[in-house]
Design a protein around this ligand. Structure first.
Ligand SMILES: [Cu+2]
Length: 164
């Protein structure tokens, strides 16, 4: 019995040592992996203003970012009326109306973000007083549009997004 215990102990020690050795071998290539390049962020804060379908608007009309950057948009809903629910979608140029129509079908469960190749990015909905943040990698150089896809808002709440 004693021999068995000693043998087991010896085995454990052997395993421990061999494990230790193989571990150092494994870690070596990991240290050679290049560190990830830092993301360059361009940050914007857009206020959603107004309390009626007539006067609602974004505080920004144009957004311009550098190609290759990451974009962070903070959408601050300054509305007080419970009907003032907003989001923000970035879409391909000239596709605003088309995406706005598809957004109604997508509905609130999808935050009015239709599954479409013309949608670059879309935020969650912000209720009055709330802020939502949208983060995405800037698409290829070119002109894009942004708008609120909450039903009935797309013609009043919109602007242009440029990647330069
Ligand atoms: Cu809206």
């Amino acid at each position: 019995m004693k021999t068995l215990i000693i043998n087991t102990l010896a085995l454990c020690i052997t395993l421990f040592i061999s494990c230790g050795t193989s571990e150092t071998k494994v870690t070596e290539p990991v240290t050679k992996v290049k560190p990830m390049t830092e993301k360059v962020w361009e940050e914007f804060t857009i206020e959603a203003l107004g309390n009626t379908m007539m006067d609602m608007k974004y505080s920004l009309k144009n957004i311009s970012v550098k190609a290759g950057s990451w974009v962070r948009i903070n959408l601050v809903n300054k509305g007080l009326d419970p009907a003032m629910i907003h989001n923000i979608l970035i879409v391909n140029y000239n596709k605003r109306s088309e995406v706005a129509t598809a957004a109604i079908e997508a509905g609130p469960n999808l935050d009015y973000i239709p599954k479409s190749k013309d949608v670059i990015a879309g935020s969650k909905q912000a209720n009055p007083g709330e802020t939502v943040t949208l983060e995405f990698k800037a698409p290829a150089k070119g002109n894009y549009e942004f708008f609120c896809s909450y039903p009935g808002h797309s013609s009043k709440m919109r602007g242009y997004f440029f990647v330069k």
